[in-house]
Write a protein that binds this ligand. Structure first.
Ligand code: PMP
Length: 360
């Protein structure tokens, strides 16, 4: 099973690109990993400085204080929360808790690569449901469920396509899913949703005992490097997930930073505002360049940079030579496309100029 796993391709690190292309690190713009362009919030930095003296001790294995904050924020008891070393860890914990060798896992074509990674090594059978307009086809996903299906992943918004399912669509789907299937609703980009699109997934957790909602502090909260995510589910599932979770999977600096970041409304709002402005900047530029893009609800946009299957790799290389790192998505079966994370206005402008030159 392990040999069959395609390695995860992350955005190229700045230092590597600088070395490979003979560029100054400071001049490089990285819009490749859906990170927060403001970096980490200052409030989190201060909390980490205050927490540094505790590093001689193990972290709180059960994240008592952080869970108390999350519990209040999401209006669920602390025993409905599982902490993860990034939400990737949550995805893996769910896979280990709910799927055994030979059982089936359902997810969509063009959905997040870690669904395959987290379950393949377990020897699970993969039911990859063809996408519809680059997003989840929920009817087809429901139809794919069999007696031996144990886990189903939905990313909303989806990465790398940015597609979005409305609350009504998800709710109708949850009503159809049989109880022997655990649904992981991965909301890594939830905080970027507009007020009109926003919905209350924790209310569904109360209603559906087979639902796990997964969140992260890597994106809107700007803590990608610290690795912290969490899941909300009813106690029966949460208990199973916590049994399989590595003790001390979330370090003490991450716990301290997360508590501060969750309380930093101003940072979150600034990030969402910048994202909305950057999305407009990107889509106007793509339209002016005559490029097709998938309307996105996340902090990134998938754009088609050519009609041949070398286009993504070719344009990516031309961008790298100009010091702009984006994310090729050939490994997702989208070789004509690139995924660009939304950065600060100036970074976006540098990318747009480089793309214009690359396509000329
Ligand atoms: N889910 C989705 C849909 C993502 O795009 C990502 C980040 N690439 C993650 C989960 C995992 O993020 P993290 O492990 O940093 O929380």
């Amino acid at each position: 099973y392990v040999r069959a796993i395609a390695p995860y391709q992350s955005g190229k690190p700045i230092a590597e690109v600088a070395r490979e292309f003979g560029l100054d690190e400071a001049s490089i713009v990285k819009l490749a990993s859906n990170e927060n362009p403001y970096g980490m919030p200052d409030s989190a930095k201060q909390a980490m400085i205050a927490a540094i003296d505790d590093l001689g001790r193990y972290p709180d294995a059960n994240g008592f204080e952080l869970k108390a904050v999350l519990s209040q924020r999401y209006d669920v008891p602390a025993d409905w929360i599982t902490l993860g070393n990034g939400s990737n860890d949550i995805l893996e914990i769910a896979a280990h808790a709910f799927v055994q060798h030979g059982q089936a896992v359902v997810y969509s074509q063009y959905s997040f690569a870690v669904y395959a990674l987290a379950t393949q090594g377990l020897g699970a059978r993969h039911l990859v449901v063809p996408a519809q307009a680059y997003g989840h086809d929920l009817d087809a996903m429901a139809a794919a469920i069999g007696d031996d299906t144990r886990l189903l992943f939905i990313a909303n918004p989806n990465n790398p396509t940015g597609t979005f399912l409305s609350a009504a669509q998800i709710e109708a789907f949850l009503q159809k899913v049989p109880q022997h299937v655990v649904v992981v609703l991965d909301e890594a980009y939830n905080e970027f949703l507009s007020a009109d699109d926003q919905y209350e997934s924790t209310a569904w957790v109360r209603q559906y005992p087979n639902l796990v909602v997964s969140r992260t502090l890597s994106k809107a909260y700007g803590l990608a490097g610290l690795r912290i995510g969490f899941a909300i589910a009813q106690p029966v599932l949460t208990d199973l997930m916590n049994r399989i979770r590595q003790p001390f999977n979330v370090n003490s600096m991450a716990q301290a930073a997360a508590i501060a970041a969750l309380d930093d409304k101003a940072f979150l709002e600034k990030s969402a505002r910048n994202n909305a402005a950057g999305y407009q900047q990107f889509t106007e530029a793509f339209t002016a360049l005559g490029l097709e893009y998938v309307p996105s609800h996340g902090n990134f946009v998938l754009v088609k940079v050519g009609d041949d299957d070398e286009a993504g790799a070719r344009v990516n290389l031309a961008l790298l030579k100009q010091g702009v790192i984006v994310r090729p998505v050939g490994s997702y079966g989208l070789p004509q496309w690139l995924r660009i994370s939304i950065g600060l206005q100036q970074e976006n402008a540098i990318f747009i100029a480089a793309l214009t030159k690359a396509l000329a």
